[in-house]
Design a binder for this molecule. Structure first.
Ligand code: EPZ
Length: 435
C-alpha cells in the first residue's frame, strides 16, 4: 500500500509528454480476440488497468508480450471463453470481451458487474445489442452467458437514458464485424476511443462506415487478420495536466496531444481565464492569475467529459465566484466532494449538480481516493493547498495515469509516493518511488 504525500506547488513550468489512452487500448486489446493472427499495439500506457486486461487475455489462452509501450498479442487458437471473476471484479471495462468472444468463439461468459463507486453502471445496452444480433443471453448466479451459433446483422438502436454507451457501442461493433450481413448501429457513441477501435478493426479487415458519427454501418466479413496500431493520446490525462496548470498557474506545454479531442475543456478553461495555444501536436497552457468560476455540464463527446468532472471541481473550488457542475452521465459521481470539503472547499450537492463556491485557499488534510478521477482531483487540490496532504488509495490513480508522480515532479510539483508501512514506522525509511 502506498500513499502520496503532496505539498503546495506551483507555478508549473516545462513540458510533459502525454501517454497513450487507457480507454482506447482496453477495447482494442479485446478486439485482438477477433482473429487468430498476432497484432502489435504501440504507445500503450503502462497502467494497472492495461495489466488487468492483459491477464484476462492470458487466462483465455492468448499470449501477450509486453515490451514497454509495445504489446504483441498472439491469440492463436485460444480456447477460453470465460473472463475470470478475479480480474473482472477489478475492472468493469473487462465487459468488452463479450462481443469479440461471442463473435469468434460463439460463447462468452463474464461476471455480471454490480454498481460501483461512481454510481449505477448497467449493461442493458450491451446485452440488447448482442441479442439483436442473434445471441441468447442468460444471467444466472451472477454471471452473464451469451451464446450464438451465428450472428446476423440488423439495425440496432443503442440509446439509453443517459445517451450513448461507449463500451456498449464497442461490444456491438466488434460482434458485428464477423456477423452475416449489415449492422447499423444507431446512436453509436462518438468518443475518440470508439473511433480508435473502429480504426483498429478496419486495419484488421473489418468494413465500417460512419465511425465518429451516431450512425455506424458494419458489413460483416468472414474473417479478420492481425494488425498494427498506435494508440491515440489520452485526452483525459492531457486534460488533467491542463487543469493542473490552470489551477496552480504557470506555463506548460503538453506534447503528443490531439487538441481536437479537447474542445470542450479548452473552451471552459479559456472562459475561466487561462490562455491556451495549439501548435501541431502540442498544446500550451498559461495561467497567470486566479481563475474565474464557470458552469460545466458533462455530456457524451464532444461535450465536456465526465472523466474530467472531478479535476474541474477541484479547479472551481479555488476559482473566483460560484460555478455549477452538472453531471449528465453519472448522476452520483461526486465522491470527491466530501473530501474536497475536508480540505476547506465549499461545495454543496443538489441532485446531479454540485454548487462550488470558490474559496481563496484550501488546507492540506489526510484524504482518500475512491476512484481514479476523484483521486487525481484530490491530488490537484493537495498541490494547491497550504501545508501537506496525505492521499491514500493511490492504487485507484495507478489504474489510469502512467508515471504520474514523475510527470508532475518534472513540472515542479512536490509529490512523493511513500510506502505506507514505512511511513507508519520509521520516517527515514520512507522512500520516494517517483522515478
Ligand atoms: C466509458 O465507460 C469509460 N470507460 C469511462 O471511463 C467513462 O466515464 C464513460 O465511458 C463515459 O464517458 C472506458 O472506456 C473503459 P458508458 P462505459 O456505457 O462505456 C449508461 C474512467 O475514469 N449506460 O458510455 O462503461 C451509464 O450508466 C472511466 O476512465 C446504460 O444505461 O460508460 C452511463 O450513465 C470510468 N446502459 C452512460 O450510459 C448500458 O448498458 C454512459 O456510460 C451502458 C451504459
Amino acid at each position: 500500500m502506498d500513499k502520496f504525500v503532496v505539498r503546495r506547488s506551483g507555478p508549473l513550468h516545462g513540458t510533459v509528454r502525454i501517454s497513450g489512452a487507457k480507454n482506447a487500448v482496453l477495447p482494442i486489446l479485446a478486439a485482438c480476440l477477433l482473429t487468430d493472427e498476432p497484432s502489435v499495439l504501440n504507445n500503450v500506457p503502462q497502467v494497472t488497468d492495461v495489466s488487468t486486461m492483459v491477464e484476462i487475455l492470458r487466462h483465455l489462452g492468448v499470449e501477450v508480450d509486453v515490451a514497454g509501450p509495445r504489446l504483441t498479442v498472439r491469440p492463436g487458437r485460444y480456447t477460453g471463453s470465460a473472463a475470470p471473476d478475479e480480474w473482472v471484479s477489478k475492472m468493469r471495462a473487462s465487459i468488452c470481451v463479450l462481443g469479440p468472444l461471442l463473435a469468434r468463439r460463439g460463447r462468452a461468459e463474464v461476471s455480471m458487474p454490480g454498481g460501483c463507486v461512481i454510481g449505477a453502471r448497467p449493461i442493458d445496452l450491451h446485452l440488447k445489442g448482442l441479442q439483436a444480433l442473434g445471441a441468447q443471453v442468460q444471467v444466472e448466479h451472477g454471471k452473464i452467458v451469451v451464446k450464438a451459433d451465428r450472428l446476423i446483422g440488423t439495425p440496432i438502436h443503442l440509446a439509453g437514458a443517459f445517451g450513448s454507451s461507449v463500451l456498449g457501442t464497442d461490444n456491438v461493433l466488434m460482434a458485428a464485424t464477423l456477423a452475416e450481413g449489415t449492422t447499423v448501429v444507431e446512436h453509436a457513441a462518438c468518443e475518440p476511443e470508439v473511433v480508435a477501435l473502429a480504426e483498429f478493426l478496419t486495419a484488421m479487415g473489418a468494413e465500417l462506415q460512419g465511425m465518429g458519427g451516431p450512425l455506424v454501418r458494419v458489413t460483416g466479413v468472414d474473417r479478420l487478420h492481425g494488425a498494427a496500431y498506435r494508440i491515440i493520446p489520452d485526452r483525459i490525462e492531457a486534460g488533467t495536466f491542463m487543469i493542473a496548470t490552470a489551477l496552480l498557474g504557470g506555463d506548460v506545454t503538453l506534447e503528443g496531444v490531439r487538441a481536437e479531442h479537447l474542445g470542450a475543456l479548452i473552451d471552459k478553461l479559456r472562459e475561466a481565464g487561462a490562455e491556451i495555444t495549439k501548435r501541431d501536436d502540442a498544446l500550451r497552457v498559461r495561467a497567470t492569475r486566479r481563475l474565474r468560476a464557470v458552469d460545466v455540464t458533462t455530456l457524451p463527446y464532444p461535450g465536456f467529459p465526465t472523466d474530467l468532472q472531478a479535476p474541474m471541481t477541484a479547479l472551481l473550488a479555488l476559482a473566483e465566484g460560484v460555478g455549477v457542475i452538472t453531471e449528465k452521465i453519472y448522476a452520483d459521481r461526486f465522491m470527491h466532494v466530501a473530501e474536497l470539503n475536508r480540505m476547506g472547499a465549499q461545495i454543496s450537492r443538489e441532485g446531479a449538480s454540485a454548487i462550488v463556491k470558490g474559496v481563496p485557499r484550501l488546507s492540506g488534510a489526510p484524504v482518500a481516493a475512491t476512484d481514479l478521477r476523484a483521486g487525481v482531483a484530490l491530488l490537484l487540490a493537495g498541490l494547491a493547498a497550504e501545508g501537506e496532504t496525505d492521499l491514500s488509495g493511490t492504487e485507484h490513480i495507478d489504474r489510469g495515469y502512467e508515471r504520474l508522480v514523475d510527470k508532475l515532479t518534472g513540472l515542479g510539483c512536490s509529490v512523493r509516493r511513500v510506502a505506507v508501512a514505512d511511513a507508519a514506522g520509521d520516517a527515514a525509511a520512507a522512500h520516494s518511488l517517483g522515478a
